[in-house]
Ligand binder design. Sequence first.
Ligand code: ZN
Length: 163
Amino acid sequence: MTSDPLKASGSGLLDDLYREIILDHYRRPRNHDPLQSPTCSADGANPLCGDTIHLEVDLDGRTIGDIAFAGSGCSISQASASMMTEYVKGRSVDDARRGAEAFQLMMTSGEPQSLEGFDDIDALLGVAKFPARVKCASLAWKTLEQALEGGGTASTEKDASHD
Ligand code: ZN
């Protein structure tokens, strides 16, 4: 497909294929059942849109053995969280961090990241052209990084939580 992934007007933010993938994750979120005894957890908020994410991670050594999220907000924020959990589940913490970096790069550059396992996540590429919605899409990944750093609260409105 070489056409512009975005529709310029109306409620259609993204083209049909991408919108279908996003809505599928929104309506049937993956990894949405709370974990029994998570190793770490974090909460994330995007006050500009009203999106919230609660994330629970079960670490098995340096591997994300299981992960679950809950939350509320717009379809992009919740779909992105669903996609993120599907991507990082079973991967190493380092891989998860690389995924978070790749996602941020995708949002700031507007370029696909050709990362193995990023197929559904690529559906969010068109969001890069809408700075306000980038925060919606990035919330889950910011919350993941927060959880992997030991928990706490992540917000799209401050970026001082890193080492
Ligand atoms: Zn949002």
